[in-house]
Design a protein around this ligand. Structure first.
Ligand SMILES: Nc1ncnc2c1ncn2[C@@H]1O[C@H](COP(=O)(O)OP(=O)(O)O)[C@@H](O)[C@H]1O
Ligand SMILES: [Mg+2]
Length: 347
């Protein structure tokens, strides 16, 4: 029996989604092999041991979150202590998305503990989270990327006119994105130059680095990567369907019920599907990812495949795209969790 600490919550904006994902993991983890311990991280960043029946699902329209008075978890060089006693943990499953949980900060904390954990390490998480940096890795690995420029807050403040000139070759419409954003926050579609400055301000309110990208006219396609016995494998890809009332896959569309759906398999030729899978694996390796990742692409009408981004801790509820794509590929939710724990323990 291995003891698994499932971590959820955190100070990031995806606190509640993390709780939902952790609830899924807790319900599906193979209890014959693994003994789960639930550790919640409050919005303030306090770690606490939660009871296994702590509510982690959507109840009466309210999303779960971590709060309350529970035994405090102290982290140190020799692991985790609770009320002064060592808490023996063989492996950690951090189920946190976005800022703090997916950008390398939590991973760096976990490295200090000396306990193996599921998913990418500190550096890969940082590289994946930074859309601008990640594109450099993808492009060097031979994957097509959308034309873009990266602008820092200083460059923008110093000379908005220089920046405005430099975006001309990108054409219109554009996507202006916080380089280290997520959940479509800080992402603005710009159709006319006169809204560009406002879009820059919006993106800069999330990050001091902004990625300005040509809009790609194509389908959004996702592919799940899972490390099985040391070898990353790509799932059958899915195509994201977005209610046409939404201009793009924005925050509202992502989290409002019924506004999006994933169609698996994505309706493309075998040749395109194979290419997507191979690019997903190349992207995974280029970033130095471990365990799992969801790699997102655009597929244009002429069948051109352009990578959009990689998520090293994608949404992980039973009904999230990542487990669904594995389900369609023949690996169930519990089995995916087992592979992730085995990969982490093997390191
Ligand atoms: N270059 C682009 N062309 C077309 N749509 C885009 C582009 N960049 C982003 N989008 C749209 O914005 C959404 C969010 O952008 P994305 O880069 O995936 O950031 P996030 O990390 O917030 O998911 C995408 O799912 C897509 O709908
Ligand atoms: Mg995205």
């Amino acid at each position: 029996m291995k003891r698994v600490a499932i971590l959820c919550g955190g100070p990031g904006s995806e606190h509640e989604i993390s709780c939902l994902s952790a609830g899924g993991v807790l319900s599906a983890i193979n209890r014959g092999e693994y003994e789960p311990i639930l550790i919640g991280i409050s919005r303030q960043g306090d770690w606490m041991v939660l009871p296994l029946d702590y509510p982690l699902s959507l109840e009466n329209g309210t999303l779960p979150s971590v709060s309350g008075n529970y035994p405090e978890v102290t982290r140190g060089k020799n692991g985790i202590t609770v009320d002064g006693a060592q808490l023996v943990v063989d492996v950690i499953f951090p189920v946190l998305h976005g800022t703090y949980g997916e950008d390398g900060q939590l991973q760096s904390d976990l490295d200090q503990l000396g306990i193996p954990y599921v998913g990418s390490g500190t550096v890969a998480s940082e590289q994946a989270m930074d859309k601008s940096d990640a594109k450099t890795f993808f492009s060097s690995a031979g994957i097509a990327i959308a034309p873009s420029i990266t602008v820092t807050e200083n460059e923008w403040r110093r000379s908005p006119s220089t920046v405005t000139q430099s975006i001309e070759p990108l054409g219109m419409p554009l996507f202006v994105k916080a380089s280290r954003g997520g959940s479509s926050r800080g992402t603005v579609k710009v159709k006319e130059l006169n809204t560009f400055a406002a879009a820059m301000d919006e993106a800069l309110s999330f990050d001091s680095k902004v990625l300005i990208e040509s809009a790609i006219d194509g389908a959004e396609v996702e592919c799940a990567v899972l490390e099985i016995d040391g070898t990353p494998q790509a799932s059958i890809p899915g195509k994201v369907w977005i209610d046409p009332q939404y201009e793009f896959y924005d925050y509202q569309a992502k989290y409002l019920d019924g506004a999006t759906r994933i169609d698996i398999p994505a309706p493309f030729s075998a040749e395109i599907i194979e290419k997507i899978q191979s690019y997903a694996l190349i992207a995974f390796k280029a970033i130095g990812a471990r365990g799992l990742a969801r790699v997102d692409f655009f597929v244009t009408h002429d069948g051109e495949i352009i990578i959009n981004e990689i998520n090293t801790m994608p949404g992980f509820t039973r009904t999230s795209a990542y487990p669904k794509m594995w389900q369609a590929t023949g690996i169930g939710y519990s089995e995916v969790i087992t592979h992730l724990l085995q990969s982490a323990l093997a390191r």
